[in-house]
Write a protein that binds this ligand. Structure first.
Ligand SMILES: *[C@@H]1O[C@H](CO)[C@@H](O)[C@H](O)[C@H]1NC(C)=O
Ligand SMILES: *[C@@H]1O[C@H](CO)[C@@H](O)[C@H](O)[C@H]1NC(C)=O
Length: 312
Protein backbone atom coordinates (compact mmCIF):
# COMPACT_ATOMS: atom_id res chain seq x y z
CA UNK A 1 0.00 0.00 0.00
CA UNK A 2 2.80 2.36 0.96
CA UNK A 3 4.68 1.49 -2.24
CA UNK A 4 1.48 2.08 -4.25
CA UNK A 5 1.28 5.66 -2.99
CA UNK A 6 4.99 6.22 -3.35
CA UNK A 7 5.12 5.73 -7.13
CA UNK A 8 2.58 8.44 -8.10
CA UNK A 9 4.28 10.75 -5.60
CA UNK A 10 7.60 10.18 -7.32
CA UNK A 11 6.04 10.91 -10.72
CA UNK A 12 4.49 14.08 -9.31
CA UNK A 13 7.84 15.18 -7.95
CA UNK A 14 9.55 14.54 -11.27
CA UNK A 15 6.84 16.51 -13.05
CA UNK A 16 7.25 19.42 -10.64
CA UNK A 17 11.02 19.32 -11.13
CA UNK A 18 10.56 19.38 -14.91
CA UNK A 19 8.20 22.34 -14.62
CA UNK A 20 10.81 24.25 -12.65
CA UNK A 21 13.70 23.44 -14.98
CA UNK A 22 12.04 23.81 -18.39
CA UNK A 23 12.47 27.36 -19.66
CA UNK A 24 8.95 27.50 -21.07
CA UNK A 25 8.44 31.03 -19.93
CA UNK A 26 10.33 33.19 -22.41
CA UNK A 27 12.53 35.98 -21.09
CA UNK A 28 11.02 39.44 -21.29
CA UNK A 29 12.51 42.67 -22.60
CA UNK A 30 12.84 45.31 -19.93
CA UNK A 31 13.61 48.95 -20.55
CA UNK A 32 15.18 50.39 -17.41
CA UNK A 33 15.03 54.17 -16.93
CA UNK A 34 16.90 54.75 -13.68
CA UNK A 35 17.43 57.81 -11.54
CA UNK A 36 21.12 58.53 -11.15
CA UNK A 37 22.83 58.57 -7.77
CA UNK A 38 22.21 56.19 -4.88
CA UNK A 39 18.79 55.24 -6.34
CA UNK A 40 20.51 53.44 -9.20
CA UNK A 41 22.75 51.44 -6.87
CA UNK A 42 19.83 49.39 -5.51
CA UNK A 43 18.00 49.27 -8.84
CA UNK A 44 21.15 47.81 -10.39
CA UNK A 45 20.76 44.78 -8.09
CA UNK A 46 17.23 44.24 -9.40
CA UNK A 47 18.46 44.47 -13.01
CA UNK A 48 21.17 41.92 -12.23
CA UNK A 49 18.53 39.58 -10.83
CA UNK A 50 16.31 40.07 -13.90
CA UNK A 51 19.27 39.13 -16.08
CA UNK A 52 19.97 36.05 -13.94
CA UNK A 53 16.35 35.00 -14.56
CA UNK A 54 16.74 35.17 -18.33
CA UNK A 55 15.33 38.62 -19.03
CA UNK A 56 16.97 41.13 -21.28
CA UNK A 57 17.52 44.63 -19.92
CA UNK A 58 18.36 47.85 -21.73
CA UNK A 59 19.35 50.64 -19.34
CA UNK A 60 18.71 54.15 -20.64
CA UNK A 61 20.89 56.80 -19.01
CA UNK A 62 22.03 60.35 -19.73
CA UNK A 63 25.46 60.67 -21.35
CA UNK A 64 26.72 62.65 -18.36
CA UNK A 65 25.97 60.95 -15.05
CA UNK A 66 27.34 59.86 -11.68
CA UNK A 67 26.93 56.10 -11.45
CA UNK A 68 25.21 54.75 -14.57
CA UNK A 69 28.05 52.86 -16.23
CA UNK A 70 27.87 49.79 -18.45
CA UNK A 71 28.01 46.22 -17.19
CA UNK A 72 27.82 42.73 -18.66
CA UNK A 73 24.27 42.04 -17.41
CA UNK A 74 22.57 44.84 -19.36
CA UNK A 75 22.89 46.90 -22.52
CA UNK A 76 23.58 50.55 -21.79
CA UNK A 77 21.99 53.07 -24.12
CA UNK A 78 22.85 56.71 -23.54
CA UNK A 79 21.25 59.92 -24.74
CA UNK A 80 22.69 63.39 -25.11
CA UNK A 81 21.70 66.09 -22.63
CA UNK A 82 22.09 69.86 -23.07
CA UNK A 83 24.65 70.21 -20.24
CA UNK A 84 28.42 70.02 -19.96
CA UNK A 85 30.24 67.86 -17.43
CA UNK A 86 31.27 71.04 -15.62
CA UNK A 87 27.68 72.34 -15.28
CA UNK A 88 26.61 68.90 -14.11
CA UNK A 89 29.31 68.73 -11.42
CA UNK A 90 28.52 72.24 -10.20
CA UNK A 91 24.83 71.46 -9.87
CA UNK A 92 25.05 68.13 -8.07
CA UNK A 93 27.94 68.76 -5.72
CA UNK A 94 26.15 71.88 -4.49
CA UNK A 95 22.89 69.99 -4.05
CA UNK A 96 24.45 67.14 -2.08
CA UNK A 97 26.12 69.48 0.38
CA UNK A 98 22.77 71.14 1.03
CA UNK A 99 20.86 67.93 1.61
CA UNK A 100 23.27 66.58 4.18
CA UNK A 101 23.88 69.80 6.11
CA UNK A 102 22.37 69.51 9.55
CA UNK A 103 20.57 72.84 9.66
CA UNK A 104 17.17 74.10 10.68
CA UNK A 105 14.39 73.02 8.36
CA UNK A 106 13.51 76.58 7.34
CA UNK A 107 17.11 77.50 6.54
CA UNK A 108 17.54 74.42 4.36
CA UNK A 109 14.17 75.10 2.82
CA UNK A 110 15.04 78.63 1.69
CA UNK A 111 18.46 77.56 0.42
CA UNK A 112 16.82 74.76 -1.54
CA UNK A 113 14.30 77.21 -2.97
CA UNK A 114 17.08 79.21 -4.57
CA UNK A 115 18.83 76.31 -6.32
CA UNK A 116 15.86 74.03 -6.87
CA UNK A 117 14.55 75.55 -10.11
CA UNK A 118 17.98 74.98 -11.69
CA UNK A 119 17.96 71.34 -10.62
CA UNK A 120 14.40 70.87 -11.84
CA UNK A 121 15.31 72.46 -15.18
CA UNK A 122 18.19 69.99 -15.50
CA UNK A 123 15.85 66.99 -15.32
CA UNK A 124 13.17 68.60 -17.49
CA UNK A 125 15.53 69.71 -20.27
CA UNK A 126 17.30 66.34 -20.24
CA UNK A 127 13.93 64.62 -20.57
CA UNK A 128 12.87 66.87 -23.46
CA UNK A 129 16.13 66.00 -25.19
CA UNK A 130 15.41 62.31 -24.74
CA UNK A 131 11.78 62.42 -25.86
CA UNK A 132 12.51 64.63 -28.88
CA UNK A 133 15.39 62.40 -30.00
CA UNK A 134 13.63 60.84 -33.02
CA UNK A 135 16.27 58.17 -33.73
CA UNK A 136 16.36 56.98 -30.14
CA UNK A 137 12.56 56.93 -29.83
CA UNK A 138 12.34 54.95 -33.06
CA UNK A 139 14.91 52.46 -31.75
CA UNK A 140 13.04 52.11 -28.44
CA UNK A 141 9.68 51.78 -30.17
CA UNK A 142 11.03 49.17 -32.61
CA UNK A 143 12.55 47.20 -29.72
CA UNK A 144 9.01 46.34 -28.45
CA UNK A 145 9.77 46.26 -24.74
CA UNK A 146 7.43 44.32 -22.46
CA UNK A 147 7.82 46.66 -19.55
CA UNK A 148 9.53 49.86 -18.41
CA UNK A 149 11.18 49.69 -14.99
CA UNK A 150 11.66 53.19 -13.70
CA UNK A 151 12.02 55.40 -10.67
CA UNK A 152 9.00 57.71 -11.02
CA UNK A 153 10.59 60.44 -8.89
CA UNK A 154 12.01 61.50 -12.23
CA UNK A 155 8.76 61.17 -14.24
CA UNK A 156 10.67 61.05 -17.53
CA UNK A 157 10.68 57.23 -17.53
CA UNK A 158 6.91 57.15 -17.06
CA UNK A 159 6.27 59.74 -19.76
CA UNK A 160 8.46 57.64 -22.07
CA UNK A 161 6.55 54.46 -21.13
CA UNK A 162 3.23 56.19 -21.84
CA UNK A 163 4.58 57.50 -25.14
CA UNK A 164 5.71 54.01 -26.18
CA UNK A 165 2.49 52.45 -24.78
CA UNK A 166 4.46 50.03 -22.61
CA UNK A 167 3.33 49.26 -19.04
CA UNK A 168 5.48 50.66 -16.24
CA UNK A 169 6.77 49.11 -13.02
CA UNK A 170 7.92 51.64 -10.44
CA UNK A 171 10.95 51.19 -8.24
CA UNK A 172 10.74 53.88 -5.62
CA UNK A 173 11.43 54.90 -2.02
CA UNK A 174 8.63 57.47 -1.82
CA UNK A 175 7.34 60.45 -3.76
CA UNK A 176 6.99 63.81 -2.01
CA UNK A 177 3.66 65.62 -1.63
CA UNK A 178 1.83 62.34 -1.16
CA UNK A 179 1.91 61.72 -4.90
CA UNK A 180 2.60 58.04 -4.32
CA UNK A 181 -0.64 57.91 -2.31
CA UNK A 182 -2.51 59.75 -5.06
CA UNK A 183 -0.98 57.59 -7.79
CA UNK A 184 -2.01 54.39 -6.01
CA UNK A 185 -5.29 55.87 -4.70
CA UNK A 186 -4.35 55.07 -1.11
CA UNK A 187 -6.08 56.90 1.73
CA UNK A 188 -3.64 59.38 3.29
CA UNK A 189 -5.12 60.87 6.50
CA UNK A 190 -2.97 63.66 7.99
CA UNK A 191 -4.01 62.74 11.51
CA UNK A 192 -2.34 59.34 11.33
CA UNK A 193 0.38 59.35 8.69
CA UNK A 194 3.52 61.27 9.70
CA UNK A 195 4.69 63.61 6.94
CA UNK A 196 8.16 63.93 5.51
CA UNK A 197 10.60 66.03 7.60
CA UNK A 198 8.11 66.58 10.46
CA UNK A 199 9.82 63.98 12.68
CA UNK A 200 6.34 63.14 13.92
CA UNK A 201 5.44 59.58 14.80
CA UNK A 202 2.12 57.90 14.07
CA UNK A 203 0.94 58.97 17.56
CA UNK A 204 0.53 62.74 17.42
CA UNK A 205 -0.69 65.40 19.79
CA UNK A 206 -3.05 68.05 18.47
CA UNK A 207 -0.19 70.48 17.72
CA UNK A 208 1.81 67.78 15.99
CA UNK A 209 -1.18 67.08 13.80
CA UNK A 210 -1.33 70.75 12.89
CA UNK A 211 2.38 70.62 12.02
CA UNK A 212 1.67 67.45 10.03
CA UNK A 213 -0.85 69.38 7.95
CA UNK A 214 1.30 72.51 7.48
CA UNK A 215 4.63 70.97 6.44
CA UNK A 216 3.31 69.43 3.23
CA UNK A 217 2.09 72.87 2.11
CA UNK A 218 5.71 74.06 2.00
CA UNK A 219 6.69 71.08 -0.11
CA UNK A 220 3.90 71.79 -2.61
CA UNK A 221 6.07 74.51 -4.13
CA UNK A 222 8.83 72.01 -4.98
CA UNK A 223 6.42 69.47 -6.36
CA UNK A 224 4.77 72.00 -8.64
CA UNK A 225 8.08 73.36 -9.93
CA UNK A 226 9.44 69.87 -10.45
CA UNK A 227 6.54 67.75 -11.68
CA UNK A 228 4.22 70.12 -13.58
CA UNK A 229 6.55 70.55 -16.62
CA UNK A 230 6.55 66.76 -17.11
CA UNK A 231 2.77 66.83 -17.31
CA UNK A 232 3.01 69.56 -19.98
CA UNK A 233 5.58 67.51 -21.87
CA UNK A 234 3.36 64.42 -21.73
CA UNK A 235 0.33 66.46 -22.86
CA UNK A 236 2.31 67.81 -25.80
CA UNK A 237 3.56 64.36 -26.87
CA UNK A 238 0.30 62.50 -26.39
CA UNK A 239 -1.85 65.32 -27.75
CA UNK A 240 -4.23 65.21 -24.81
CA UNK A 241 -4.41 66.66 -21.32
CA UNK A 242 -2.17 64.71 -18.91
CA UNK A 243 -1.99 65.71 -15.23
CA UNK A 244 0.78 65.00 -12.72
CA UNK A 245 -1.46 62.45 -10.97
CA UNK A 246 -2.18 60.78 -14.35
CA UNK A 247 1.56 60.28 -14.75
CA UNK A 248 1.97 58.61 -11.36
CA UNK A 249 -1.19 56.53 -11.77
CA UNK A 250 0.32 54.95 -14.87
CA UNK A 251 2.40 52.50 -12.78
CA UNK A 252 1.02 48.95 -12.94
CA UNK A 253 3.13 47.69 -10.04
CA UNK A 254 4.89 49.74 -7.37
CA UNK A 255 8.01 48.22 -5.86
CA UNK A 256 8.57 50.23 -2.70
CA UNK A 257 12.07 50.29 -1.28
CA UNK A 258 10.60 50.67 2.18
CA UNK A 259 9.83 48.29 4.97
CA UNK A 260 7.58 48.45 7.98
CA UNK A 261 10.56 47.60 10.17
CA UNK A 262 11.51 51.23 9.60
CA UNK A 263 8.45 52.99 8.18
CA UNK A 264 5.23 53.74 10.02
CA UNK A 265 2.10 51.78 9.14
CA UNK A 266 0.13 53.19 6.21
CA UNK A 267 -2.67 51.99 3.97
CA UNK A 268 -1.46 50.00 0.97
CA UNK A 269 -2.93 48.65 -2.27
CA UNK A 270 -2.58 45.18 -3.84
CA UNK A 271 -0.23 46.46 -6.58
CA UNK A 272 2.32 47.70 -4.01
CA UNK A 273 5.18 45.38 -3.11
CA UNK A 274 7.65 46.18 -0.32
CA UNK A 275 11.24 45.37 -1.19
CA UNK A 276 13.17 47.44 1.38
CA UNK A 277 15.66 44.64 1.96
CA UNK A 278 17.19 45.31 -1.45
CA UNK A 279 18.86 48.42 -0.01
CA UNK A 280 20.99 46.13 2.10
CA UNK A 281 22.33 44.09 -0.82
CA UNK A 282 25.76 45.75 -0.52
CA UNK A 283 25.94 46.55 3.15
CA UNK A 284 28.96 48.21 4.70
CA UNK A 285 29.38 49.95 8.07
CA UNK A 286 27.96 53.48 8.05
CA UNK A 287 30.42 56.32 8.41
CA UNK A 288 30.37 58.62 11.44
CA UNK A 289 29.09 61.43 9.20
CA UNK A 290 26.10 59.38 8.22
CA UNK A 291 25.14 58.56 11.79
CA UNK A 292 25.19 62.24 12.68
CA UNK A 293 23.12 63.31 9.68
CA UNK A 294 20.72 60.41 9.59
CA UNK A 295 17.15 61.39 8.90
CA UNK A 296 14.11 59.17 8.52
CA UNK A 297 14.02 59.23 4.72
CA UNK A 298 17.37 57.47 4.37
CA UNK A 299 17.78 53.83 5.21
CA UNK A 300 20.37 51.14 4.77
CA UNK A 301 21.88 52.75 1.70
CA UNK A 302 24.55 50.12 1.18
CA UNK A 303 27.73 52.15 1.04
CA UNK A 304 29.36 55.17 2.62
CA UNK A 305 28.51 58.68 1.47
CA UNK A 306 31.96 59.46 0.14
CA UNK A 307 31.57 56.55 -2.22
CA UNK A 308 28.09 57.61 -3.36
CA UNK A 309 28.70 61.34 -3.65
CA UNK A 310 32.38 61.88 -4.36
CA UNK A 311 33.60 65.28 -3.18
CA UNK A 312 33.94 67.78 -6.01
C1 LIG B 1 5.65 53.11 -32.52
O1 LIG B 1 5.41 52.31 -33.66
C2 LIG B 1 4.03 52.15 -33.98
C3 LIG B 1 3.92 51.15 -35.12
O2 LIG B 1 4.80 51.45 -36.15
C4 LIG B 1 3.45 53.50 -34.33
O3 LIG B 1 2.08 53.37 -34.62
C5 LIG B 1 3.62 54.44 -33.13
O4 LIG B 1 3.17 55.75 -33.44
C6 LIG B 1 5.10 54.51 -32.73
N1 LIG B 1 5.20 55.27 -31.49
C7 LIG B 1 6.09 56.25 -31.30
C8 LIG B 1 6.10 56.91 -29.97
O5 LIG B 1 6.87 56.62 -32.15
C1 LIG C 1 34.22 55.53 2.01
O1 LIG C 1 34.48 55.32 0.63
C2 LIG C 1 35.63 55.98 0.17
C3 LIG C 1 35.67 55.82 -1.37
O2 LIG C 1 35.37 54.51 -1.77
C4 LIG C 1 36.87 55.41 0.87
O3 LIG C 1 38.03 56.08 0.41
C5 LIG C 1 36.71 55.64 2.37
O4 LIG C 1 37.80 55.04 3.07
C6 LIG C 1 35.38 55.04 2.88
N1 LIG C 1 35.18 55.45 4.28
C7 LIG C 1 34.74 54.61 5.22
C8 LIG C 1 34.55 55.20 6.57
O5 LIG C 1 34.51 53.43 5.00
Amino acid sequence: MAAGLWVPLLVLRLLLLLLCVEPWAEGGKVLVVPLDGSHWLSMRKAVQELHARGHQAVVLGPEINMHITGDDFFTLKTYAIPYTQEEFDDLFVLQNHLIFENEHFLKTFFKMMTIFPTIAAFFQRSCENLLHNKDLIKYLNDSSFDVVLTNPINPCGTVLAKYLSVPAVYFVRFIPCGLDFEGTQCPNPSSYIPRLLTRNSDHMTFLQRVKNMLYPLALQYFCRVFFAPFASLASELLQREVSVVDIFSYGSVWLFRGDFVMDYPRPIMPNMVFIGGINCANRKPLSEFFHVNMFSGVNCIGSNLTAIFPAG
